[in-house]
Design a protein around this ligand. Structure first.
Ligand code: ATP
Ligand code: MG
Length: 452
């Protein structure tokens, strides 16, 4: 095993282990053209340039990374000077984005591990709120989160460089935080969610000392910025490993800090139908991601918060509220509570409210109401949601079945059948006016048609 002696800024962790080209599996053919151009250009300009992070990890595991991150000793301004198609972004972490058509290559300058007093590194209560101290590649490695995320593919000689035992952990399929776990989680509590997400995605175990602080430090997640938790929630549940991520969050006791109402509902007795709805939603979503079909956050949040909303509405109804008042007030309350943790943009909460508010409307099967519901712009999503609720009761299973058929049979036939159903007195179900021809709907399950 080779090791490289350290040239400047004595690093925390001594030397890099160098894995030469012949001894690892990364081939330039698997690296995106944009990333290769960035690496070569920086190298030609006399800078050090490496592929780093998730891309190196995934390539070593035989996967196909979606995005490629580059780390360099060039400052963001020096990077910009090399590329016409480059813009600088970020305040917390200043970065360069080099754009090639639809591909964006993120280029970060090596971060230092010590405070030089310039104010470019800023900690509040141990939390890292700003980190723009530049440093050596050795320092850059130890400030990354997990050992397997701190491997560098060096374009100078096509070797992989490992200062933290990442190669061994890849082999052991272990997710291990670099440094003192407690301190690293205090710097950035979202690392706990990243641990659960990456363990789920890669099917790795979280090392015991990396998972140990979850129980005591999990509550710090309540202080993470809700906008960042929204981004992280999408990565957790809409990146193709949603079901595994959900199970990991539950197993590690982290779900309660991000979706408190969901976690409470799941731990209550009689939560079987809700668990089924949630797991089925996530499994369907994973399948859609694998097939490159679009998925929307609205359906995900509708599922995550369904039981809390349903139970809250039911409690209001039980204490005398009219359903027409109980439902909107329950949904508003549940969404407001969730917003304290995860900032769900308005366009998604509107869609969530609509999917929920249509649920009670499936129960009335008078002709006018049935046809009205079939034509509702959010019918598809609401119906898909109804299918997922079929485990709640035998009545709902029957209802879901009925609505499936209602879409399969001829609309004239449906109208005839519905004429046989007497309308309740308060239903202003109209006598058959002249109806336009209705478009027939196919009853294939496509939950993500709940477009925003
Ligand atoms: P994914 O497959 O989800 O993209 P990733 O590891 O590439 O996984 P990114 O969020 O793209 O995740 O981050 C890129 C790299 O930046 C990581 O591999 C890691 O080295 C570093 N990094 C990201 N987030 C943190 C963090 N919170 N603390 C320390 N290092 C981080
Ligand atoms: Mg990445």
């Amino acid at each position: 095993m080779n090791s490289e002696s350290i040239v400047r800024n004595a690093p925390v962790d001594g030397a890099f282990r160098i894995i030469p080209r012949a001894e690892h599996s990364i081939s330039r053919r698997d690296i995106s053209p944009g990333a290769l151009r960035v690496l070569y250009r920086l190298r030609e300009a006399g800078f050090r340039a490496c592929l780093v992070g998730g891309a190196v990890r995934d390539l070593l595991l035989g996967g196909h990374p979606k995005d490629f991150d580059v780390a360099t000793d060039a400052t963001p301004e020096q990077v910009r000077a090399q590329f016409r198609n480059c813009r600088l972004i970020g305040r917390r972490f200043r970065l360069a984005h080099v754009v090639f058509g639809r591909e964006i290559v993120e280029v970060a300058t090596f971060r230092g591990s010590s405070d030089d007093g310039s104010g470019d590194r800023h900690l509040v209560d141990g939390r890292l709120v700003r980190d723009n101290v530049y440093g050596s590649i050795e320092e850059d490695a130890v400030r990354r989160d997990f050992t397997i995320n701190a491997l560098y593919y060096d374009i100078a000689d096509f070797s992989v460089r490992d200062a933290v035992g990442g190669m061994d952990d890849l082999e052991r399929r272990t997710l291990r935080l670099i440094g003192d776990p407690e301190q690293r989680y205090r710097e950035d509590p979202v690392r706990m969610l990243r641990a659960a997400r990456l363990a789920a995605k890669l099917d790795f175990e979280i090392a015991a000392d990396t998972a140990a602080p979850f129980a005591t430090l999990g509550p710090l997640l309540a202080e993470a910025p809700p906008a960042r938790l929204f981004d992280e929630a999408l990565k957790l549940f809409l990146s193709g490993y949603g079901l595994a991520s959900f199970r990991a969050l539950e197993r590690y006791g982290l779900l309660q800090h991000v979706f408190p109402a969901t976690a409470r509902a799941l731990s209550g007795g009689g939560s079987g139908a809700f668990r089924h709805l949630l797991e089925q939603t996530l499994a369907n979503t994973d399948a859609r991601v694998r097939e490159d079909k679009p998925v929307t956050p609205a359906f995900l949040f509708a599922a995550m918060l369904w039981e809390p909303a349903r139970a809250t509405a039911q409690a209001l109804i039980d204490s005398g509220s009219d359903a027409s008042i109980a439902w909107p007030s329950a949904t508003a309350r549940v969404l407001r509570e969730q917003a304290q943790r995860v900032a769900i943009p308005r366009r998604f909460t509107l869609a969530v409210e609509e999917i929920w508010s249509l649920q009670p409307r499936f129960a009335s099967r008078t002709k006018k109401r049935v046809f009205r519901l079939l034509e509702h712009p959010r019918f598809r999503a609401a119906y898909d949601f109804l299918l997922l609720r079929a485990h709640e009761s035998a009545e709902l299973a029957e209802l879901a079945q009925w609505w499936t058929e209602a879409q399969e049979i001829d609309q004239a036939e449906l109208a005839t059948r519905l004429n046989a159903v007497p309308a309740p007195a308060n239903d202003e179900a109209a006598p058959p006016k002249k109806r336009k021809r209705r478009r027939r709907r196919k009853a294939s399950s496509s939950q993500a048609s709940s477009s925003e």
